[in-house]
Design a protein around this ligand. Structure first.
Ligand SMILES: NC(=O)c1ccc[n+]([C@@H]2O[C@H](COP(=O)([O-])OP(=O)(O)OC[C@H]3O[C@@H](n4cnc5c(N)ncnc54)[C@H](OP(=O)(O)O)[C@@H]3O)[C@@H](O)[C@H]2O)c1
Length: 420
């Protein structure tokens, strides 16, 4: 499954290059003589006029404002100093996409970043026809990372963004005349409530899902799989993404951070989970490096890759809890069967408690089923593709203290931390 390549230059017509939306991200391709048209043998049957990228890259990224997306954009700018980036960003709270990008695109990189206001859940991703067509003519690689990661969305709402959004992107990418690779960011938790070792190639195994997020990401991945015969692409499935392995920095305090915060604040020391349940977490720097690398890796095309700690690197709930006990100098954690906790204890506690403790109980409901998992993710394909490039996830227990440290230093996300 390779993209449209093997073009021959004819050097005749000229077409204006893509414009940044209302600045401040101008780009200088005219001066570099890009976009000369080519005759392209796209699927041999038809010859189309496309724009010569002179071997250069225009990488479209969705989800750039997200926890992973921001880090990924940074990684792509660093790893691909010649590439231009096109970011599709939603307008939000009175701010246009490009204003939102100002907050995280370094000033020195803005000449090669174009920002387009769009919304993947809308037809044509919310782009006007001209922009849509021009991007299809110029983009060479695409990372689709935009999704709703909320566990409490209705099925309709989650489908609108995760499934229909992916369908719109696939249609968009399917017409990209110079596409070299498409990277879809899925999740390892499309495995739902399975147990045992989950293979990277597996999707449907009769599993049930914990929430609409898992279900709709599985539906979206099925759409991507069905198109991988005609689109050069790769499916990337991270497990639970946590802070940077070197600095601990994170902008997302969900999932594992929930019981941790309760414990660190001495609100609670009862874990509604199994001590031997496995928590597969991966630091955001590893995931961003892996995505940036695999976007340029032909050997990955047509495959699915677990970006996970895997059986060798993940940790049990008890191992993590004990490390937290040492770090926070806290009491011995207690475990309670989650079925008993949520069916009997929680309703009683809910009546008896108020204030902070009550809010904590309510907030944690979404994560309760993640502390009982006896599922592991096989990472053979990931190792084959990433190990030679020196990209491997550090074992969870190696960097946990740095995550804890950042939580404390940032007061659980309320305070900026210098150098992160
Ligand atoms: N975080 C994890 O633990 C984890 C684990 C496995 C896989 N993943 C996958 O990684 C990807 C990124 O997750 P994340 O943790 O970075 O999530 P996040 O912080 O919530 O970011 C989601 C991104 O998607 C964008 N988005 C959502 N709906 C959109 C729409 N309709 N149109 C355009 N953009 C839209 C958001 O834009 P706004 O800023 O406008 O909201 C944001 O940039 C997702 O595909 C997720 O499934 C995440």
């Amino acid at each position: 499954m390779k993209g449209a390549q093997g073009s021959t230059e004819d050097g005749n017509a000229h077409e204006a290059p893509l414009r940044a939306v209302d600045g401040p991200y101008p780009h200088s391709d005219e001066s570099r003589g890009l976009h000369r048209p080519l005759e392209l043998g796209h699927g041999a049957a038809q010859a189309e006029v496309v724009f010569d990228m002179n071997g250069e890259e225009l990488i479209l990224v969705t989800g750039a404002t997200g926890f992973l997306g921001k880090r990924l954009v940074r990684e792509l700018l660093e790893r691909q100093p010649q590439a231009r980036l096109a970011l599709l960003i939603r307008d939000q709270a009175g701010q246009a996409g490009k204003e939102r990008a100002d907050a995280f695109i370094p000033a020195g990189d803005r000449l090669r970043v174009q920002v387009f206001s769009g919304d993947v859940s809308r037809p044509a991703c919310g782009l006007d026809a001209e922009t849509y067509g021009r991007l299809q003519g110029e983009m060479t690689r695409v990372v689709h990372s935009a999704a709703t990661v909320r566990f409490d969305h209705s099925l309709d709402e989650a489908r609108r963004i995760n499934v229909e959004g992916t369908r719109h992107i696939l249609d968009f990418v399917g017409g990209a005349r110079q596409l070299r690779n498409f990277a879809y960011v899925g999740t390892a938790y499309v495995a739902g409530e399975r147990s045992g070792l989950v293979g990277e190639d597996e999707l449907e195994a009769g599993q049930t899902y914990r929430n609409t997020y898992e279900q709709t990401k599985a539906e979206a991945e099925a759409l991507v799989r069905a198109r991988l015969g005609s689109i050069p692409g790769v499916i990337l499935r991270p497990s639970i993404i946590v802070g940077d392995s070197r600095t601990g920095a994170t902008s997302s305090f969900k999932m594992m951070y929930w019981p941790l915060k309760i414990y660190a604040r001495r609100l609670w020391r009862t874990v509604p989970g199994y001590p031997d349940a496995v928590l597969d977490i991966v630091p955001v720097d590893f995931v961003a490096s892996a995505v940036a690398r695999l976007l340029f890796e032909e050997a990955a095309q047509g495959t699915s890759v677990h970006l996970c700690a895997g059986p060798g690197g993940s940790a049990t709930i008890d191992q993590i809890a004990r490390r937290a006990m040492q770090y926070f100098n806290g009491p011995e954690p207690r475990y309670v069967d989650p079925r008993f906790f949520f069916a009997v204890l929680r309703p009683l506690l809910f009546m008896a408690l108020w204030g902070r403790k009550r809010r904590v109980l309510r907030d944690g409901r979404a994560y309760r089923d993640y502390f009982t998992m006896r599922m592991q993710f096989d990472t053979s394909n990931a190792e084959r593709l990433l190990k030679p490039a020196g990209i491997t996830p550090p074992p969870v227990l190696e960097y946990l203290d740095r995550l804890f440290h950042y939580c404390v230093a940032s007061e659980w996300g309320r305070k900026p931390v210098s150098g992160s």
